[in-house]
Design a protein around this ligand. Sequence first.
Ligand SMILES: [Zn+2]
Length: 248
Amino acid sequence: MTKVDVLKRMIASAESIVAFTGAGISTESGIPDFRSPGGIWSKYRPIEFGEFLASAEARRESWRRKFATHATLQRATPNAGHRALARLVEQGKMTAVITQNIDGLHQASGVPDDRVIELHGNTTYAACLDCRRRYELDWVREVFAVDERLPVCTACGGHIKTATISFGQSMPEAEMERALAATLAADLFIVLGSSLVVYPAAGFPVLAKRNGARLVIVNREPTEQDDMADLVINAEIGATMSRAVGVN
Ligand SMILES: [Zn+2]
């Protein structure tokens, strides 16, 4: 029996599956891993949240970077890995997709919004930091196109930022709570494309395992938590999951 067959059996016998996804599932859709060597964060120091708040130049620089990488993100579409998870959600077997990704590809693959838990936010739209009103990026770009004018909230005058969690910004409480509840209810926890080094997000697989769930890790490279896992598959996510779930 191959490892994929083992995974297939584990999925078949599970009742409450949670997926935990990282950059590796998105790189298969052509989205660069910003943390990898050669990624944008190895060339530019990240703009921390405090700087964004304090400095207009930092806000301008963050919008410059956003629009420099925006086209790549807009072209990206979900891959077989995303579609396999969407199928499991549709079948009622997968209760939640906890993601470190900010690209919105799980929703684009058909997973309903209320089943996707975004620990690091979402970069496909923006929001007011004070009143949380949502703004579309096309609007921000129109504003910014005129002498790099900074967008401000039309309702409250607050700063507008992509709806992501920046370095130095606290984790979103509601999402952390939802992720915790889903993790504690899981009997099978599948990590896909995360090297499991960024905490507190990387604490969820540990918690699932300690709580009695079976833990599967699918990642191209070994991770920090392989020793704890019931099954480790070092292969492409799309190829692995499409065979395990039976989607194309
Ligand atoms: Zn506002």
